[in-house]
Design a protein around this ligand. Sequence first.
Ligand code: NAP
Length: 319
Amino acid sequence: MEQPRKSTVVITGASSGVGLQAAKALADRGWHVVMACRNLEKAENAAKTVGMPQDSYTIVHIDTASLESVRQFVKNFRESGRSLEALVCNAAIYMPLLKEPLRSPEGFELTVATNHLGHFLLCNLMLEDLKKSPASDRRLVILGTVTHNPDELGGKIPPRPDLGELKGFEAGFKEPYSMIDGKTFEPVKAYKDSKVCNVLTMRELHQRYHSTGITFSSLYPGCVATTPLFRNHYPLFQKLFPLFQRYITGGFVSEELAGQRVAEVVADPAYRQSGAYWSWGNRQKKNGKSFVRQVSPEARDDEKAKRMWDLSEKLVGLV
Ligand code: NAP
């Protein structure tokens, strides 16, 4: 007898950390996982290391910093003939020690290009694939973070995110511009700004497209202090940060638990609420429950969401 077709999820940045554990958790739940990664060999080794069965995943190249690569990824995915039931935008870089901005292949500041612009294009293109899926339950999930929100304890540490009037985006976001607000380069703020854009993108997708039946959501999985996200920080920071989060703030979450939380938001009926930003709180409690958290004032600013959307559309060449 023919087996029913598995649901397919695309996860960007599934070669380590949260993305890898989410891939494993969804494969364990019977999904087919398309691991969208920039380093194919690393992704293959990672999938083997966590014990994902060979037939539960495929690995397809993507460099989310490159608009051309994002377009090629979508083409390759479509050629596979698979339907798409969920997309998880997870890939990210954090480069706190940079003195000067790095640039993407198209000339944009690299952190915002990798974390926001590439995913913005991917979401817009793959919306068509989600719409075409015959499944009634289709979801698009974008990873957020507490540091996007100065109203929360974890988001109070400066520099705080601020897209300002989006003058850097308006000016084309290439040399000499490296920050969305058009001001001087600050790498930590670039990361936080990119995550504000991730939340604004989710909310604007919800505004525009929730009538399609697709669920758009975001989440803060907790502080996953051991992942390679912090590989570009001082070695001493990398050593102390997990201990600080585990024993002082109580915000520490293992990579496995963070991956399971992503899988729940992708697959569980309880998370079929479009426009929601899920959190398990700042201090992790045993058997702590998730709840819908209010996003930062900037990330719930509807006018800013529209402006960010219009300018991002121009930057990635959708209009
Ligand atoms: P991570 O282990 O460093 O994973 C990041 C993933 O993104 C890696 O697979 C990496 O690929 C990939 N990536 C980076 N640049 C890419 C590019 N240009 N193209 C394609 N893939 C690229 O970090 P993580 O902590 O798991 O972070 C995953 C997500 O969780 C991020 O969105 C982050 O903002 C969010 N998050 C993390 C925390 C935390 O405490 N760690 C908290 C809240 C939210 P390589 O393996 O090739 O480098």
